[in-house]
Design a protein around this ligand. Sequence first.
Ligand code: AMP
Ligand code: MG
Length: 339
Amino acid sequence: MRIRILIILMLTIMGTCFVACTPNTKHIERTLDFFSMNTIINMIAYGDNAEEALIAARSRTLELENKWSVRLDTSDVYTINHANGTTVAVSEDTVKLINFSLEMARKTEGAFEPSIYPIVSLWGFTTHEFYVPTEEEITATLDLIGYEKVQTNDNLITLEQGMSLDFGAVGKGYALDEVIEILKMSGITSALINFGGNIGMIGDKPNGDKWQIGVVNPQGGDYLGVLSLSNCAIATSGNYQNYFEVNGERYGHIMNPLTGRPQSSDIISVTVVAADGKLCDALATAIYVMGVDAAIELWRIEGNFELLLIMNDGRAFVTEDLIQNFSAAEVLIVEKILK
Ligand code: AMP
Ligand code: MG
């Protein structure tokens, strides 16, 4: 009898120790950094399965890059862009990306323009052999631009001869959503994923604090402010991110699809916060082209994103629901955008 009690007691003690000695995996950090989609991607995830989940997320990113690269001659986008007016069949991922891009082009009345590639290329942004084209060259190239001319029928895509697509303004956001989905399906409840400025968050930090996302100062130095966020996506666009200068004139990589020229703007940067990464990515680029008034009008109509606009006169416009999450640097004068 005594021996039986002793054995039960020992088993109970061992059981307690096993539970108590198991490490709390919620706080174990796993990181994975790699280059894809023309940018450095940083992934941080916490908890059980984090390592396997990040590896699966990287595979998915590389898979999408192989479908959407403008240079890889086996990619869907390369095939579409070299079809010479014929119809081509593409993968389901690419169909979804094209349909989303066309929807965003309609919503932004063409400020977001997925067929902008010939103009981007004319200015040398695709090769980094920058060039200021003549008026005639711009006018001739503008004939090749127009999302309304992109024909889709299920997975069949047809462009007019000479047209080509460019998903540089939305592909990273789309891939970010896919990565977030993979991590969530793997049970990850805390993660921070950065696709070169397109950032996605799952939950909060493991200690329960919100993630702190710095808003870059294009002049360098400290951040212009910090957004405290959780469980959402964020993207920032601006012509300070990629540009060249000739005779003191600056030419940036975000194009106005009507003029065929880099958009000049009193906006330094557009930051969009929303549940969806691809929406943030597409809108941040489009709103840079649209300007402040049209952006606010779109925000009031759509109601599914928040905005932070940094202006070159030192003002920052922030939508009313986002303002409590924004802590601005002293140099900024913050103004609330009301519904
Ligand atoms: P982002 O960094 O997301 O703002 O995207 C900028 C990239 O999108 C550029 O480098 C071009 O490849 C492409 N792009 C430029 N202008 C536009 C536009 N108006 N609509 C859609 N894509 C654009
Ligand atoms: Mg974008």
